[in-house]
Design a binder for this molecule. Structure first.
Ligand SMILES: Cc1cc2nc3c(=O)[nH]c(=O)nc-3n(C[C@H](O)[C@H](O)[C@H](O)COP(=O)(O)OP(=O)(O)OC[C@H]3O[C@@H](n4cnc5c(N)ncnc54)[C@H](O)[C@@H]3O)c2cc1C
Length: 505
């Protein structure tokens, strides 16, 4: 890229997690010239390692975070409307004993939660008798009563990815495996130094830099403006999940209130598995590849063991993942109590190129965060077009009134020779774009090499050609969760297929 008096981009976004992806989509849709860079894969860090809930956060009510809960519940409804293929209602059961928070307190909290979600299409909360009921069936007999409430479950990595796909459709340029290593300000223009995975560097110019680097936000700000005054700080807390073979029949999830004041979730996951999380382990510095440790696995199994008749054993864990919560440090001692609200700061005066940095936040609030970022940048973006992203489906999300069942019927009609399980998996991953993945194929043989678990070359090629996938893990764990079922031989064949494609490119 050659430096010119007119910056090449209006907005350079550092970080393709959910917040960078959502910002890229919103900004590109308002006609801005956007460049989105990430040092790794899209959603390669925190945004593929969350509990995968679009939620108000029931427990944040205890910290009087009413504004955050309200904002999140409004976003819950918006995301259900714009990404119905990626978000579905999830009913949660809260088993209760007298030793826990009193029943009146939970009842009041749930009433407040429903109240703050005024106009929501989800089922309202209710008190439940559990003994002898399907919801009580997996639980130990002492849990005779409980409550049920609803939130949304999603696929965090694909939600992030589809925001990037949308941004690119709207004209944004996307560079993965590209790290911002520094930038210098020359009046109203930034010249940023970008480094590819092979170490080669290039420069590019932009009016504004948005630093949405999650756990690395402090490091990226320091790489750009140094250790200046007014530096905000982050609390970094590792959170891990385990996945085990499904612990019970039924589609309900459980919110378990542990004795240590923390909560754990048990959530149905990818037909046939249960997702259990999460832990809280303070970290001093961001870790590029955080891993669960044995003590965390034991902790999660033992929390479930307090409530379930047949708890999981560490030996049953088929997959685990860990991510880093980057929490805006509001001085609270306890990690559970630290605010999940985000903060944004701007370095640079009205006549200077600004650097905007985001600290903290949630998956749930990414879309609204993007709107607030652009509003904050309005002084540097004269003529900025109005907000739009709440009313337009993410790619593949235009399911119409008949929703996912309607799409499945349509796919079964168009592809009568393909197995219903395969069509279902493709519909969940790609929504209406499933037909684009399948193209003219009519039989499984038409879909090319099979790597296992319903993953065929046709979908892999779609993911490399349209979704920036490069490596086996990009496909097995982020663009799909086929990694849960593809065996070592299938993985090796997938790696050979990707290597052949890369050589041919
Ligand atoms: C265990 C856990 C459970 C959670 N559960 C939920 C939940 O259920 N619901 C919810 O709403 N929220 C949840 N969250 C919070 C949510 O996951 C995060 O708030 C969100 O994913 C943060 O997204 P981000 O885009 O800010 O950061 P990230 O996803 O971390 O993205 C930052 C990106 O910046 C890139 N980057 C860093 N430095 C550079 C550089 N120099 N150059 C280029 N790229 C760079 C990184 O590679 C990374 O991809 C959870 C978090 C954790 C850890």
């Amino acid at each position: 890229m050659i430096s010119s008096p007119e910056p090449a981009y209006d907005l350079l976004i550092v970080g393709a997690g959910i917040n960078g992806a959502g910002l890229a989509r919103d900004a590109a849709g308002r006609g801005l010239k956007v460049l989105l860079v990430d040092q790794g894969d899209i959603a390669g860090a925190t945004s593929s390692t969350s509990t995968k809930l679009i939620h108000g956060g029931l427990r944040y009510l205890e910290h009087y975070a009413f504004g955050l809960v309200r904002e999140s519940l409004t976003e819950r409804e918006t995301l259900l409307a714009i990404a119905p293929h990626l978000a579905h209602e999830q009913r949660f059961v809260i088993p209760h004993t007298p030793a826990q928070r009193p029943r009146w307190m939970i009842r009041l909290g749930l009433a407040l939660y429903d109240g703050l979600a005024r106009g929501s299409s989800l089922k309202r909360a209710q008190a439940l008798a559990l003994r002898g009921t399907p919801f009580g069936q997996p639980l130990r007999p002492e849990f005779a009563h409980g409550f049920a409430y609803s939130d949304l479950a999603t696929d965090d990595a694909r939600l992030t990815l589809l925001n990037v796909v949308s941004a690119a459709q709207l004209g944004a340029q996307v560079m993965t495996h590209t790290k911002l290593v520094g930038a210098r300000r020359e009046g109203t223009t930034w010249t940023a130094v970008l480094q590819a995975a092979d170490g080669t560097q290039r420069e590019c110019t932009a009016r504004i830099i948005a630093n949405v680097a999650g756990p690395w936000t402090v490091a990226v700000r320091e790489a750009i403006v140094g250790h200046g005054e007014g530096r905000e700080s982050l609390r970094l807390v590792k959170g891990s999940h385990i996945v085990v073979p499904r612990l019970y029949a039924g589609e309900q999830a459980y919110l378990l209130q542990n004795d240590d004041g923390r909560i754990a979730f048990v959530i149905p996951f990818e037909d046939g598995f249960s997702l259990i999380g999460t832990t809280e382990v303070p970290l001093d510095a961001p870790d590029a590849a955080p891993q669960i440790d044995a003590a965390e696995t034991d902790y999660l199994c033992s929390v479930v063991g307090r409530f379930f008749q047949a708890p999981p054993a560490p030996s049953q864990v088929v997959w685990s993942f860990a991510g880093i919560r980057a929490l805006y440090d509001d001085g609270q001692g306890n990690a559970s109590a630290v605010s999940r609200e985000y903060r944004m700061t701007v370095d640079g005066g009205p006549q200077e190129a600004p650097l905007l940095s985001i600290y903290g936040g949630k998956l749930t609030t990414y879309r609204h965060l993007a709107e607030r970022v652009l509003e904050r940048l309005r002084p540097w973006l004269p003529g900025l077009r109005p907000a739009w992203s709440a009313a337009v489906h993410l790619p593949g999300g235009g399911l119409g009134k008949r929703g996912l069942p309607g799409l499945l019927l349509e796919l079964a009609r168009r592809y009568p020779q393909l197995p219903p399980d395969l069509l279902h998996a493709l519909a969940r991953r790609h929504g209406t774009l499933a037909a684009r993945v399948l193209g003219a194929a009519q039989t499984e043989a038409d879909l090319g090499e099979h790597f296992g678990a319903g993953l065929y070359a046709a979908e892999v090629d779609y993911m490399t050609d349209h979704e920036w996938a490069r490596e086996a893990d990009d496909i097995l764990w982020r663009r799909s969760k086929c990694g849960l079922r593809v065996d070592e031989a299938g993985r090796a064949r997938l790696m050979s297929h990707l290597a052949r494609k890369a050589r041919a490119a």
